[in-house]
Design a protein around this ligand. Sequence first.
Ligand code: ADP
Length: 167
Amino acid sequence: MKLAVCPGSFDPVTIGHLDIISRAATMFDKVVVVVMTNYRKPNYSFTPEERVMMLRRCTQDIPNVEIDHYEGLLAEYARKRGAVAIVKGLRAVSDFENEFQQALTNKKLNPDVETIFVTADAENMFLSSSVVKQVCEFGGDIRAFVPPAVHDDIVKRLISRRKEKPV
Ligand code: ADP
């Protein structure tokens, strides 16, 4: 069985993420989407549990996708799960340098796993979790950016967060 891991912060999940996950699910027997902490992004809006719940809700129709949470090294997680691949989405040249560095690091730490880059859909090139948060916190419509199953939860959470923020 060929298993791939699809790592990320997913703070929150967007239709860009879901596109990469769905396409990975057609290429591998099983895809484990793993919610991780990126230490370059210390201020998350959603807890890991919330991010896991939202990912579960919007992937429930894809039978070979599992959602997990891990705090630690991705290369170790991939080894533990017996993964043959790490699947990442690439939006633009700006994603490349950091992703390439991570891929080479992971290959050193776990030579059994290959990083595979899936090109973002042209429609989603601009889309990131940060874009969703910015638009929503200023009262914009994010329906075109996030899966319908999690739209209301995201709005509720981000609007209440905006109210909590000091002016
Ligand atoms: P990280 O916090 O590690 O950058 P993200 O949650 O932002 O992780 O993204 C997880 C993965 O999804 C990354 O490989 C990222 O490049 C990819 N990704 C994010 N947004 C999109 C998008 N709009 N289209 C395709 N891939 C995307």
